[in-house]
Design a protein around this ligand. Structure first.
Ligand SMILES: C=C(O[C@@H]1C=C(C(=O)O)C=C[C@H]1O)C(=O)O
Length: 111
């Protein structure tokens, strides 16, 4: 049965079209965020600043939890999601610093 004749299928297709648009927006927003954070990584490497900034992260997590609560999104999920992204950003910053200064900035022990 086609979507024209099956209202359930039509509703599912409509909702999935919105989900696809939202996923595309998420990818574009994440790409833009990583473009900015990579620039922050370059700045930190040039000025010998540490890859991670735990105080800034604390502020971001507190803010995101508040925003999530107001938006009826699970704040624990929002925190996990942000931590997942930040973890990847710090990995980029460590790689940028190592490339720039030739100095590993953490993680693995060196032989
Ligand atoms: C991007 C930065 O570097 C790290 C990554 C962060 C992030 O992804 O938001 C926040 C703090 C830092 O640990 C920064 O210092 O602003």
């Amino acid at each position: 049965m086609g979507a024209e004749t099956d209202p359930v299928k039509a509703q599912l297709l409509e909702l999935r079209a919105s989900i696809d648009n939202i996923d595309a927006a998420l990818v574009h927003m994440l790409a833009e965020r990583f473009r900015c954070t990579k620039a922050v990584g370059q700045l930190k490497a040039v000025h010998n600043l540490p890859p991670a900034d735990p105080e800034r992260e604390r502020q971001q997590i507190a803010r995101l939890r508040r925003l999530a609560k107001d938006a009826q999104l699970d704040p624990d999920f929002a925190e996990k999601f942000l931590n997942f992204i930040i973890h990847e950003v710090i990995r980029h910053h460590e790689a940028i610093a190592e490339k720039h200064n030739g100095v590993p900035t953490g993680g693995e022990a060196q032989a």
